[in-house]
Write a protein that binds this ligand. Sequence first.
Ligand code: NAD
Ligand code: DAU
Length: 368
Amino acid sequence: MTSPVLVTGGAGFIGSNFVLDWIAATGEPVVTLDALTYAGNRENLASLEVDPRHHFVHGDILDRALLDELLARHRPRAVVHFAAESHVDRSIHGPAAFVKTNVEGTFTLLEATRQHWAGLAEAERSAFRFLHVSTDEVYGSLLPDAPAFTEAHAHAPNSPYSASKAASDHLVRAWHHTYGLPVLTTNCSNNYGPFHFPEKLIPLMIVNALAGKPLPVYGDGMQVRDWLYVKDHCAAIREVLAHGRVGETYNIGGWNEKPNVEIVETVCALLDEMRPDPAGPYLRLVKHVVDRPGHDRRYAIDARKIERELGWRPEETFESGLRKTVRWYLDHAGWVERVQTGAYRDWLSTNYAARSQAEAGHVGAVPG
Ligand code: NAD
Ligand code: DAU
């Protein structure tokens, strides 16, 4: 059988889409390593439960002994590294887990991979790849008419999350420069699509609207993000893994800059059409709440390098991708219900209760 790819964080939002699409597109095997934090969900991979091409391992990227054992046993031809703490608001409330997983975890994975790679025979060693999945947030915030981020843009992270991802990018770069580890790094913009945990903007708006709950928009809602349908991101990663130049960084984006208020309006309009609420248009539920501390105003990705070198462009428009996404949430009410556990409810109260109290003039939005 072909050597597998080892996918870290493969039970999360993008990771699970990647694993499902990888097996569907290539037929090649995958070993998924995931610690199953609040964001990891084995149910996302349920369709692969009895598929011999998929092997799931419940474990932590900080566990060096486990990594050594997995690499020796499965002899993957590549590591695709998604595992991370990924939510900016959580990083503001509790940054320690971000440093632990995103920095120390990436370091541990790099070291285990380096040792494994160094012991491979020449043919396997030169074909091996370590692909690090990172974010546009490492570049910091753009002024309204500044050009979009290219790969040459300096790192200037502003949140504990983006600082921890920037640190991991630097480690990956150094492991290539110093040890020759054959790395690739991708920096992608905001994803949306199936299996997106409903703490992030788009799925939160969908599930709250359907439940008749407020749609919390931070500050004036004019912060701009560049949105990409998750399956386009997965296709881009497959291209970079197959044909990317070792040691290079590739920016991935949707050419889709939009302010948050427009995202919320579009979600509401789609829901009005697909699941009308007798009580009235969903936009009535919008509530402006206290802003995210240090909130980056604008991200925009210049994705010309990946198009020029690898021929990748997104297939979905924002309209087609968002329509598919809303449809998916309407068709997967059971999945939504099951992820809204006690832990999810605790998070909502941690993040939003203080914001509402601050609105009413009581306390600040963020614990000191
Ligand atoms: P997610 O939070 O949905 O999933 C993260 C996964 O990693 C979960 O399954 C979790 O259980 C797992 N994990 C966390 N800590 C771990 C550890 N110590 N060991 C093993 N597994 C662990 O995140 P996502 O949105 O799917 O993002 C995946 C990657 O893509 C992250 O590295 C993120 O920085 C990057 N990224 C995300 C976006 C986006 O819009 N979501 C955009 C660009 C880049
Ligand atoms: O840019 C890529 C990044 O996109 C990834 O690296 C992160 O892992 C991913 O979570 C995402 O980060 P954001 O902070 O941009 O995503 P989030 O969905 O949390 O927020 C999107 C925008 O919506 C942001 O400007 C904050 C705003 N927002 C978010 C929430 C949860 C609101 O206005 N209200 C909300 O309730």
